[in-house]
Design a protein around this ligand. Sequence first.
Ligand SMILES: *Cc1c(COP(=O)(O)O)cnc(C)c1O
Length: 398
Amino acid sequence: MSLSQGRPYLAIPGPSVMPDAVLRAMHRASPNIYEGDLIDLTAGLIPDLRRVARTKGHVAIYIANGHGAWEAALANVIAPGERVLVAATGRFGHGWGDIATGLGAEVEILDFGKQSPLDPGRVEDALRADKAHKIKAVLVTHVDTSTSILNDVAAVRAALDAARHPALLMADCIASLACDRFEMDAWGVDVMVAASQKGLMTPPGLSFVFFGDKAAELRAGMERVSRYWDWRPRAQPEMFYQYFGGTAPTHHLFGLRAALDMIHEEGIEAVWARHDLLAQAIWAACEAWGQDGPLQLNVDTPAYRSRAVTSLRIGAPHGSALRKWVQDKAGVTLGIGLGMAEPGDPAWHGFFRMGHMGHVNAHMVLGMLGAVDAGLSALEIPHGSGALEAATRVIARA
Ligand SMILES: *Cc1c(COP(=O)(O)O)cnc(C)c1O
C-alpha cells in the first residue's frame, strides 16, 4: 500500500519548498508595471538582498536561473581571451567554468575531485605561478550542490592576498545563500551569484549578481558588454524597466518580498543556526546508518559539509530504489545523485541527495529521515540501527 497521500515534501536541493506566505503573495492580479506599488516594492528589495549577502556592494537582478547569473557575472568582467582560474569540487564548479569557456575565456581548472574541499594552498600556487597576472578572476563554488562540499571562501581570499594577485574573487552561493554562513564583504568576495529557488524560497526564475567596487571598476574598463547582461543599468537604474532590462518579473518580486520578510523576521543568524542544527541531525542519522552496510556521507569532514544539501553514496541500485520507495510510499522526493556518475552508467543508481534548504523545520527533517529509515528496512538494504534516535538527540539540543 502507499502512505503518500497528504502534503508531499520535495526534499531535493532546489527548487526548495515554497512557504505558504510566498505562494499567497504571488496569488494576485497582474500589477501595473509603470507606476504604483511595484516600483517601491522593487526598490525595497535591494537593501534586503544586500543584508542577506552581508554586503554594502551593488546588486543586479536577472530574470534567469543560476546559469544565467553565472553568465551575467562573467560577461561584465571577463573579455574573450582573458583567463579565469576555476577551483572545482563537483559538477557546478565545472559548469561555471564551461560558461566561461562559452564566453571565449581561457579556463584553467584546479579539480579537487568529488569528495574533498578546495585546497587554498594549490590555489595560491597557481596564482604565484601566474607572474604576468593573466588570471583575471578566481571562480569558487561556496557549496557545490552535486557533492555537497562546502568550501572555505575566506581562505581563497587569503590565498589571493598572500600571492599578491589582483584577480577578482567570484563566488557561487546559489545553493548556500541564506543556508550556510556567508559574509561577502568580510570575506573579501568581489562578485557573488545567487538564485531565487534555493535558500531564498521563491520559484526558479530570478537570479542575482552582487558586486563590489573593484569589480565595478573592471566593468567600467571593459571594451564591450552585452546590453542584456550589463549589470550597470540594473544596479543603478534611472528608469524602472532598467532593473530588469524590460518587463519586471512581477509575481516573482511579490514572492521574493515575502521570503525576505520571513528571513529578516527570523534573523539571518538564526536562519544559519537552524540550517546548522537540522544538518547535524541529518548527519547523525546518516552516520548511524553507515555503521553497517553501504550508506555513506559523501563528505567525511563535518567542517566541509553543506548545511543545505547532503550527498550520499549507497551503491547501485540502492540509491534509485530508495528514492522511488520513499516517493511512492511516503510522499518524500529525494534528489538524484548529480554528477557522481554518468547517467548511462549503472553506478549512477548508487547515489542520492537530501535537500534541506530554506523553508525546512525539525518535523520535516525527522519525517524525511523516518521515511528513509523505513525505506532502508523495506528494501532490505543493510544499515546500522539507531539513526532516528541519533537525529532526535540532535534536535533535542535546540
Ligand atoms: C542550482 C545551482 C546552480 C544552477 O542553478 P540553475 O538555476 O539550475 O541554473 C549553480 N550553482 C549551484 C551551486 C547550484 O546549487
